[in-house]
Design a protein around this ligand. Structure first.
Ligand code: CA
Length: 234
């Protein structure tokens, strides 16, 4: 069954472009031009597999729509990819407060958007990738044996660095806020500040050497494992 993507966006031309490209990419689509319609459509069966949500909507803001989606029993598990033009709101959008799973900044390329959608859906349906070796570019990780290599060189990672690496890798293409990383890697009760995350990412990057560039910094937001391996930059 093709996965269903709900588009909540008030620019009709953009909706058409998205529908066309998503359908060409093998997805089913549904669309809503206002926040209210989007909320209604999101809880109708079949519940969508992913929601593309514009930040600037005429009635209810995308932030509020996202918050309500994440509070509803029906839709709280549906990943939300935010379409935004406003850089300063991004930290709120992907933070705990609003809970979007990722965002793209307008104007975005269709190719970039499709990569993000694929990365999110892969995480939601992990049966294809579970328990296998994680590998990306010249980086190889064996999650069961707790070992990692860059090309032939085995890395000497602490347990915490290993957990940080596999957490980022398994959420490839998705922004991870410092707060999310603190609670998922260090544990909710950890008496650490977000500064700790920066320090450990820096050390992990150094150990990764040439593979360190796969971990991207999103200033003021957090970190993201890239979806572009070498030779896939176009
Ligand atoms: Ca808009």
């Amino acid at each position: 069954m093709a996965e269903l993507i709900l588009i909540v966006e008030d620019e009709k031309d953009l909706v058409k472009t998205l529908e066309y490209n998503l359908q060409r990419g093998g997805y089913q689509t549904r669309s809503a031009l206002t926040g209210q319609k989007g909320l209604e459509s999101a809880s109708q069966k079949p519940v969508p597999d992913l929601i593309l949500l514009d930040l600037m909507l005429p009635d209810i803001s995308g932030i509020e729509v996202c918050r309500r989606l994440k509070q509803s029993e029906i839709t709280k598990g549906v990943p939300v990819l935010m379409l935004t033009a406003k850089g300063e709101e991004i930290d709120r959008v992907v933070g705990f407060e609003v809970g979007a799973d990722d965002y793209v900044v307008k104007p975005f390329s269709v190719r970039e958007l499709m990569l993000r959608i694929k990365a999110i859906l892969r995480r939601v349906h992990p049966e294809d990738s579970q328990d296998k070796q994680l590998s990306f570019g010249n980086l190889n990780v064996d999650p069961v044996a707790h070992r990692a290599w860059v090309e032939e060189r085995e890395l000497r990672l602490t347990a915490l660095e290993f957990r940080l690496l596999t957490t980022l890798m398994s959420r490839k293409g998705r922004v991870q806020s410092r707060d999310t990383l603190l609670s998922d890697v260090w544990g909710i009760d950890a008496e650490q500040t977000t500064r700790t995350v920066d320090t450990h990412v820096k050390r992990l990057r150094e150990k990764l050497g040439s593979a360190g560039k796969y971990i991207e910094t999103l200033r003021g937001v957090g970190y993201r494992f890239t979806v572009h391996s070498d030779g896939d930059q176009s």
